[in-house]
Design a protein around this ligand. Structure first.
Ligand SMILES: [Zn+2]
Length: 153
């Protein structure tokens, strides 16, 4: 990998340790040319198995763009979406499985999204959980109210 300072490709590892949660390894590297130091993070790739059986790499960008659609017209900033994407990925990694279904990913989105915005949550849940009737919406609203312990406008 290229040195981020001088762009030359030679560096050596001078220190290597697990992160606190144990899901990745942080390596301290020193460039052989300019001698400057930088850190790399090594972690396993998350794979998502789609309903069709096709496997693809987990993409935080994809999660964020599907949540962004559900957030249209809501007071949600790009920063909030980024944080949600990060939280979803962290939760999935913390669960410790390298291979996930689209169902696992959807579930991991619902939890933080319910805290972010109830309307966006309902939109996302209605697609993800394939709501077919008003009763499905009523049940989901009841769950959300119970979870928040407060009225949802
Ligand atoms: Zn360098």
């Amino acid at each position: 990998m290229y040195c981020p300072f001088c762009r030359l490709p030679d560096s050596r590892v001078i220190d290597s340790r697990s992160t606190d949660d144990g899901t990745s390894i942080r390596r301290r590297r020193q460039c052989a040319h300019c001698q400057r130091r930088f850190t790399t993070l090594e972690t396993y790739s998350l794979l998502v198995v789609k309903r069709s059986g096709v496997t693809e790499p987990f993409s935080r960008t994809k999660i964020v763009s599907s949540v962004r659609k559900a957030c249209q017209g809501r007071p949600i900033t790009e920063d909030m979406l980024d944080r949600l994407g990060q939280q979803v990925e962290e939760n999935l990694r913390a669960a410790g499985s390298a291979q996930l279904s689209t169902h696992d990913v959807g579930l991991a989105v619902l939890e933080p999204l319910s805290e972010l915005d109830p309307v966006a949550y309902m939109r996302f849940a209605s697609v993800y959980r394939a709501f077919e009737s008003l009763t499905d919406f009523e049940n989901a609203i009841a769950e959300l109210r119970a979870k928040c312990g407060q009225a949802v406008d």
